[in-house]
Design a protein around this ligand. Sequence first.
Ligand SMILES: [Zn+2]
Length: 463
Amino acid sequence: MLSGHRTFKEFLYKYNITLSFGSLSWQTESLGEVFAKTGKRYGTKCKLWFSIGCFIGAFCSIICMLALVLHVIYFISVQLKSTEPTSETLEQQKRDATIVLLVPGVNVPVTHIPSLIISLLLSAVVHEFGHAISAASEDVRTEQIGFVFFLFLPSAYVSLSTSDLTSKPLLSKLKIFFAGIWHNIILCLVCFVLMVLFFNSSGMFPSLITTSDSGVYVRGLATNSALHKQLEPNDLIHAVNNFPITNGQSWRSSLQNIMNTNRGHLIDAQYLQTNIKNNGLSCCEEDHESLLCFNDWNDKSNKMCMTARDVLNFQTCSNTQQLSAGQYCIVPYSDDDVIDLVGIDAVGKKRIVYLGDLKNLNREVTVSDVHSKFSFLSIDALSWLLRTLNYTLALSGALAILNLAPAYNLDGDAIFGAIFEFLEFYYQYPYKKLYTRIRIFFTFMLALNILIAAYNMIKIYKQ
Ligand SMILES: [Zn+2]
């Protein structure tokens, strides 16, 4: 045990891994050399790239500061005005939210956690590598790069040589400080472009999906489903009990409609007479190979034997419907359970007969409005990709916006600290004191914005 413990400790030490309560971190010095080489090799290009980042970052930071203040003012004015929140104001609040907290189990399904962790790691790494590459192009050494997992939430950091950094002119410092934010903005753009290219419904290259307005695609079947032999993923369902299906929404509403009101099939007396003559009542007394026992929906004692496939050819009816003389609205006979008879029409398939509780059908067959263009890419894999791109866009954007604020310990703090230090040196006036006040103000504003986001989240999700 003891030697095992020692080996584990040695292993951690050897690979620069630190374990402490709830967190695991790994730091490396070797990556610094890689960045130094990259920075030297592409020095001029890097300088231009990060100058653009500096310019765009400066513009964004003004918008960010305005947004932080205006959001608080807007929130206070809405609170003073409004009395009881209506569903409309809640919807408005959801749309207006500047910062939205993502809390697994509350507004993020637990199954989304892997996507969330990957997005967080990607956003953090791209941000920190931005700082490191920019620093290398300005001849500032990266001393250490670290990755931290705190309670499974990943983050990263770079520590730059303080002596190298302090000796640099203001513009170089700004390029380095804005580089993380700039790379987060670029990552947002990349995610957006990939989403547009891969997930547009035109079906043109390089889109990975196609859509159809003449049906809904089968996404998957439950392992215990009896429909396995008849339906397969990517089949296009275009009708249920002759109700045309155009998308996932119409599939769900048609099933709901059948379950709630249109469970029966309308049979006329003439057909019934011939049928009873041919088939009798034998199937209602004992199981029959091809015949199914039905009864008049309004009179359970009135039973008849029919072929399920034949009954599906008749239009559907409800038990409250006014029937003409000689018409019957029939449903599959059952002692206690509710049994529905449904005909599913899929492209290129013989009509599929489903006999059972429709609530189960909804669970057994999952559907999708889109269809993967490539057989090796399932719809589940595509939705995972789309979700991860969406989270990366949101988290990378959030990391950029948060870091722009001149609040304690954020990039904005380093940016504005450097600017005010320069002003103090240039004009010989205590500008750094003024900045201390600005920093307190924006730290407070940022905290208020986060509190508002938490308040909005609780209010919205309590409804
Ligand atoms: Zn940063």
